[in-house]
Design a protein around this ligand. Structure first.
Ligand SMILES: NC(=O)c1ncn([C@@H]2O[C@H](COP(=O)(O)O)[C@@H](O)[C@H]2O)c1NC=O
Length: 533
């Protein structure tokens, strides 16, 4: 703030120029009732006038009509001088006097709907036409001069503005103006981030030299991954069905870990599109502890649960079809943190109402797992940016490398296991039998260890279920990356796997293929790797 700036600055003259007219006339009326003179641009002025308010057209302030399809309306010294002049600076005041510039104490602007226009899939020229120029220029000017000027860019701040004015006899306080200015700069930054991101993709620049990121606060979280870390959830404005856009029907606020795990769960289950029939994934610490298909959803859930009943406790469950009553009843038998599904029927909602701590989220469908998206990871001093892993393998992409071909049943399980392995932290080993995981080894530094852990878990579950043979007996196995040596493959064969899917492409392929042939395994190469870290 400049030294002599008055603590509270009265609002006598406001410029309103908004594309989103929500709450506009109420705000105009409230300001007029507080004795504020209203200036406004074309459509905003008309709406205010239609509501019976007295409004001065910006064209009367600038002495120029709005022109060039609205490209030039407010870009004029009479507007920018009124926003930028320091009220405690004699030179500025003299310039205002000389050039007949009147102060503007409040700016209310929301921008041309560029983001929405892009989201609708508009053509290049339409997107360009929806880039607001005059709005951001005024917002940045008013925000710079927050020592004297209040700037409002969000409809949700209208009430707060009026509240602050009422607390300060028609003026705003410096603290409030600073907060408004910070929000204003974040808005113009986000706007330009959206424009530059769209433009990079529209003109086909994959790795632009400058890249901007932006987000809008969805919620302040109680804490981060651990209680001593503060955290918040920001939205990127995408309408992709998932944890960010889901409706929460009940239960406590989602935590940082809930959000992360729910995302992992739903992105996994979305791989199993409705052609697979009902599918369920149970996630712990962002890794699946059970994924299964079923004739019904409740069967899919039970089969996923049976992969690792111990780890499933307190898990996050994702379904690829709406939640029904029978599945809700079954899920209710143990403690579950979150259930996410593309819908839930009335029976299911009723059953879950009794489980106060369970969070139920519903989405508007499944996300498109083939969509071209970017993924970001922070490292010290930078961001790693890559395409989201939307790689897919179908039967036609597989290369048979062993003497024995997989049976039809093995082939179906191999493709299912491969989809699951894509969502398991590397090194990932996934055993599958009859459309259900029966052992998952995740996040080990050695592939052999992942194989052994998955096999041990399959033995543990067999013991718990009172079965004679480990669950992995007669299963197939997927590995997210190639087996460099026969040891990992032999560990899987020892656990009972009869068929194998992995990328291949190792220097050791020959030895691995020979080991597979010697063990009577069927093995296919995908030629695609799914590391996940
Ligand atoms: N060109 C200008 O001088 C200009 N000044 C303000 N605007 C925008 O015009 C819109 C409001 O227009 P209207 O009141 O006519 O509906 C706002 O989103 C505002 O940000 C402008 N439009 C685009 O740049």
């Amino acid at each position: 703030m400049t030294n002599n700036a008055p603590a509270n600055t009265p609002i006598r003259r406001a410029l309103i120029s908004v594309s989103d007219k929500t709450g506009l006339t109420d705000l105009g009326q409230a300001l007029a009732a507080r004795g504020v003179e209203l200036l406004s641009t074309g459509g905003s002025a008309k709406a205010l006038r239609d509501a019976g308010l007295t409004v001065t057209d910006v064209a009367d302030v600038t002495g120029f009509p709005e022109m060039m399809d609205g490209r030039v309306k407010t870009l004029h010294p009479n507007v920018h001088g009124g926003l930028l002049a320091l009220r405690d600076n004699a030179d500025h005041l003299a310039a205002m006097e000389t050039h007949d510039i009147a102060p503007i104490d409040l700016l209310v602007v929301n921008l041309y709907p560029f983001e929405e226009t892009v989201a609708k899939g508009a053509d290049y020229d339409t997107c360009i036409e929806n880039i607001d120029i005059g709005g951001p220029a005024m917002i940045r000017a008013a925000a710079k001069n927050h020592a004297f000027v209040s700037v409002v860019v969000d409809v949700e701040d209208y009430e707060k503005l009026l509240g602050d004015m009422d607390q300060h006899s028609g003026a705003t306080c410096p603290k409030f103006r600073k907060k408004l200015a910070q929000t204003a700069y974040a808005r113009t930054a986000a706007y330009d981030a959206a424009v530059s991101t769209w433009m990079a993709s529209a003109i086909g620049v994959e790795t632009p030299r400058r890249r901007a990121f932006a987000g809008t606060l969805a919620q302040t979280l109680r804490y981060g991954e651990n209680p001593h870390q503060s955290a918040a959830f920001y939205l990127d404005g995408s309408d992709r069905p998932g944890v960010a856009t889901a409706v929460q029907h009940q239960g406590k606020e989602l935590s940082y870990n809930n959000i992360n795990d729910t995302d992992a769960a739903f992105e996994l289950v979305a791989e199993l599109d409705p052609n697979y029939g009902p599918a369920c994934a149970i996630i712990k610490h962002a890794n699946p502890c059970g994924v299964a298909l079923g004739a019904t959803m409740v069967e899919a859930y039970k089969r996923a649960f049976d992969c690792d009943r111990t780890s499933a406790f307190g898990g996050i469950i994702a379904l690829n079809q709406p939640l029904d009553g029978a599945t809700a009843e079954e899920i209710s038998k143990i403690f579950t943190e979150v259930v996410i599904a593309p819908g839930a029927d009335a029976d299911a909602m009723e059953i879950f109402r009794k489980k106060k701590n369970l969070r139920l989220l519903t989405t508007a469908g499944l996300p498109d797992v083939t969509a071209a998206l970017l993924s970001y990871r922070q490292v010290s001093g930078g961001l790693l940016v890559q395409d989201k892993d939307n790689g897919h393998i179908s039967e036609n992409n597989l290369k048979l490398v062993t003497k024995r071909s997989p049976t039809d049943a093995e082939l179906a399980d191999l493709l299912f296991a491969w989809k699951v392995a894509k969502h398991v932290k590397s090194n990932a080993i996934v055993y599958v039998k009859d459309g259900a995981t029966v052992g998952v080894g995740a996040g080990q530094m050695s592939r052999v260890d992942s194989s052994r852990i998955a096999a041990r878990k399959s033995q543990d579950m067999a013991d718990a279920l009172g079965l004679a043979a480990p669950l992995a007996q007669g299963s197939v196995v997927a590995s997210d990356a190639f087996f460099p040596f026969p040891d990992g493959l032999l560990a899987a064969a020892e656990a009972g796997a009869t068929a194998v899917i992995h990328p291949g492409g190792s220097m050791g392929d020959k030895a691995v293929i020979k080991a597979a042939d010697d063990a009577g395994l069927a093995m296919v190469f995908t030629g695609m790797r799914h590391f996940r870290h």
